[in-house]
Design a protein around this ligand. Structure first.
Ligand SMILES: CC(C)(COP(=O)(O)OP(=O)(O)OC[C@H]1O[C@@H](n2cnc3c(N)ncnc32)[C@H](O)[C@@H]1OP(=O)(O)O)[C@@H](O)C(=O)NCCC(=O)NCCS
Length: 177
């Protein structure tokens, strides 16, 4: 099995748009109030082309036996100094997704290696990302890749704006009430 990774160009907009569908539908089914269901307007090729045209973005496509198997999209971010914070640079991984049929074959690992190598080339050693709490598979992958949590985002999510009922996954325990 041969995994080949290459830097994507604007000519790959259609492929990147198609490869995005798996992660978009995963997010849309888990967090429907945030993520749009798959449709002609969810990350169409025109949006992918804009992303590919931006020189701050690092986008890689993995092909397995010459078939598109997954992609990674990361952004080079230069955070300026502020009165409170030092300046720093990071490469932030926005998307990584592998077609279901090609998972657990090392495709995402090779994509992440390419992102890290591109970051190294421009002298950036910090790679960051966000992962949803529901997404245990992705969390296991990132842990295996050496990522560790460094910040937590919390919400007090209601089932609907007119309900006082919390979503089941964040219902307080008897001790917390
Ligand atoms: C997460 C994802 C990108 C991993 O891609 P992948 O190509 O299957 O990952 P790899 O084959 O390189 O995995 C390397 C190692 O990571 C760990 N790992 C990967 N996926 C895992 C999973 N679902 N559960 C537990 N461990 C996992 C394993 O240790 C694996 O090694 P092993 O197969 O020898 O046990 C893929 O499952 C995916 O596309 N998921 C849907 C999209 C998504 O969640 N993206 C991340 C959004 S933040």
């Amino acid at each position: 099995m041969n995994i080949a990774v290459r830097r994507a160009s604007e000519a790959d907009a259609e492929v990147v748009s198609l490869l995005n569908a798996d992660v978009q539908s995963l997010h849309a089914s888990a967090v429907p109030e945030r993520f749009k269901p798959l449709g002609p307007d969810t990350f169409p090729a025109t949006a992918a082309r804009r992303l590919l045209a931006n020189p701050s973005n690092l986008v890689f496509i993995a092909e397995l036996d010459s078939e598109p198997a997954g992609y990674a999209y990361a952004e080079v971010v230069h955070l300026p100094e502020s009165p409170l914070r030092h300046a720093w640079d990071e490469v932030h991984l926005h998307h990584i997704s592998v077609r279901p049929a090609y998972r657990r074959k090392g495709v995402a690992s090779v994509l992440l290696d390419s992102v890290r190598a591109a970051a190294d080339e421009i002298g950036i050693s910090l790679v960051t990302l966000q992962v949803w709490s529901f997404n245990e598979g992705a969390q296991a992958f990132f842990r295996r890749q050496g990522f560790t949590p460094y910040i937590a985002r919390l919400w007090n999510r209601q089932l609907n704006p007119h309900s006082n009922q919390h979503c089941p996954e964040i219902m307080p325990t008897a001790q917390e009430r």
